[in-house]
Design a protein around this ligand. Structure first.
Ligand code: SAM
Length: 501
């Protein structure tokens, strides 16, 4: 069964709802996916003034705006590195350093990915594995000199790691960073990946060059950049030939080299968090790199319970999800990470058969989800779509109340109805049927679907959840997704919607 979660869908429709919504600025603020709620910095962003008062080495990098707000110069590598150092020390009791020019991680952002992994591990999407006595073991692909994920994962959750990299400088500094934290050093093994001769070479570019981690800030218009032609990865081994015989892991994670070229990587430097050629660039960019991880996962299958990677471009995320469907994984999950003004995505998949037919219900993060149907065939109007919405839910057994004058359908669905609606994906129904029982849900899911015309040929479909605290509310986004697929299939000329993921 494929489960695709998306928290960003309605961001695409900001402009379309202008008349009905608060100002764009306010709306953005309200609707943006937030930093992970368990992230230490979600309610308390780093307090530069406090840190400056506590850490004399940080103080020189802090200046104050006319309004008296403390700031640092994000284009100064030394400032960003010192911020990371003091945050790791102050908030995580970690001793850390990297040499000039190496990629400098931002702690709140990296913490989001760690917390998402924790969510995956503690979810019931795939059965829990207690073979390791509850000890979680991860694999960090490309740990960098900063070794940030193993340091955070070990200090926050006591996870153990194998952390790989291919460059000498990364291995040397990752080892130093581990050694300098004796309380967790036992938990982290640094593993060098052998580089073959055809490994990428900077070709005339100095490995000492560095540039912005605002590539964590790929331009926020990254949606506009079309994916490059299919190019294969031909760098060093990633998982196969690095993972040893008999080794098993609960997860792997990866912040891949995103770019295909140094030029591409140097776009819009607004910050200076370093990053050498080897850290940022690989043949074929992230698309090729993560494709190789997928190919490796097909070989290694259940040696990992979860395979995960960060993805920098939405267009690549779409490509990778379709690749995962092709290779027959049992579960796919995506999420969106907000990093300043930048969006990035988390992609996770597994070959472990899912524990349940449906995702364990949990409180949904959003109670309004919308999608746009573009390229509606001429003979269809809003009323046809509305009727089709009703039929879709009736087919699942849900009760519906259609109000044609306000273009609204009110739906009440029980756990069984939700289950029926979510199993519409006949492609995977056999796999689903062989899985274990559905989780019982105590109450109904009540929501309203509103259809309205934007411009001729384009409709906006908006779902609003009536009771956010329903035990089934976690299914809301999956149901809306199914509805979207069904309507798109029926009414749109372009059958595969661009905004499906
Ligand atoms: C973008 S950096 C990420 C560093 C660190 N994990 C972080 O989030 O800041 C990508 C890292 O992947 C490493 N890398 C590239 N190809 C690799 C491979 N085949 N196996 C392991 N590491 C690799 C690079 O040397 C670099 O350190």
């Amino acid at each position: 069964m494929i489960i695709v979660e998306n928290s960003s869908r309605d961001l695409f429709y900001d402009n379309l709802e202008r008349k009905k919504m608060p100002s764009k600025k306010r709306r953005r603020k309200e609707e943006r996916p937030k930093i992970h709620p368990k992230n230490k910095y979600s309610d308390n962003p780093p307090d530069f003034a406090l840190l400056a008062s506590l850490y004399p080495t940080f103080k020189p990098f802090v200046f104050y705006t006319r309004e008296g707000r403390p700031r640092i110069d994000w284009t100064d590598f030394n400032a960003t590195r010192e911020l990371t150092r003091v945050l790791l020390l102050h908030d995580h009791n970690l001793h850390w350093w990297i040499p000039h020019g190496q990629l400098c991680p931002t702690v709140p952002n990296r913490s989001n990915y760690i917390h998402w992994i924790e969510d995956l591990l503690s979810s019931h999407i795939i059965p829990r594995d207690n073979t390791n006595g509850g000890n979680v073991r991860g694999f960090d692909i490309g740990t960098g000199a900063n070794c940030i994920y193993p340091l955070l994962g070990a200090s926050l959750f006591g996870w153990s790691f194998v952390a790989s990299d291919m460059t000498d400088v990364a291995i040397e500094w990752a080892e130093r960073n581990v050694k300098n934290n004796p309380n967790i050093s036992e938990l982290i093994e640094i593993r060098k990946v052998k580089c073959s001769q055809n490994t990428l070479s900077p070709e005339g570019l100095s490995g000492e060059s560095s540039y912005s981690e605002e590539r964590e800030g790929l331009p926020s218009s990254s949606l506009d950049i079309s994916a490059s032609e299919d190019k294969s990865y031909y760098g060093p081994a990633i998982l196969v030939d690095v993972v040893r015989d008999g080794e098993t892991f609960d997860f792997c994670m990866c912040n891949p080299p995103f770019f295909e070229s140094f030029e591409e990587a140097g776009l819009n430097p607004k910050t200076s968090c370093g990053g050498t050629y080897e850290e940022m660039v690989c043949p074929g960019g992230e698309k090729a790199f993560i494709t190789r991880i997928i190919e490796d996962s097909v070989v290694l299958k259940q040696s990992f319970r979860w395979y995960t990677s960060m993805v920098g471009r939405k267009v690549n995320l779409k490509f990778l999800v379709s690749k995962l469907r092709e290779v027959g994984v049992t579960v796919v999950k995506t999420t969106e990470f907000v990093q300043g003004k930048t969006f990035r995505w988390g992609l996770a998949w597994s070959f472990v058969p899912p524990a349940k037919k449906i995702v364990t219900p949990h409180v949904t993060e959003k109670n309004i989800l919308s999608f746009m149907l573009e390229g509606i065939q001429r003979q269809f109007g809003a009323i046809h779509v509305l009727q089709s919405v009703e039929s879709f839910f009736l087919a699942g057994g849900a009760s519906c109340k259609l109000n044609a004058s306000s273009f609204v359908v009110d739906i009440t669905a029980s756990a069984d109805h939700c289950n029926a609606l979510l199993n519409n994906d006949v492609k995977y129904i056999d796999e689903v049927a062989s899985c274990s029982n559905v989780q019982e849900a105590p109450s109904n899911l009540c929501f309203r679907i509103l259809v309205f015309q934007q411009i001729p040929g384009t409709l906006l479909v908006k779902g609003s959840l009536q009771h956010r605290d329903s035990a089934l509310s976690g299914l809301f986004s999956s149901i809306i997704q199914q509805l979207e697929a069904s309507l798109r299939q029926k009414f749109c000329k372009e059958k595969t919607g661009t905004n499906y993921i």
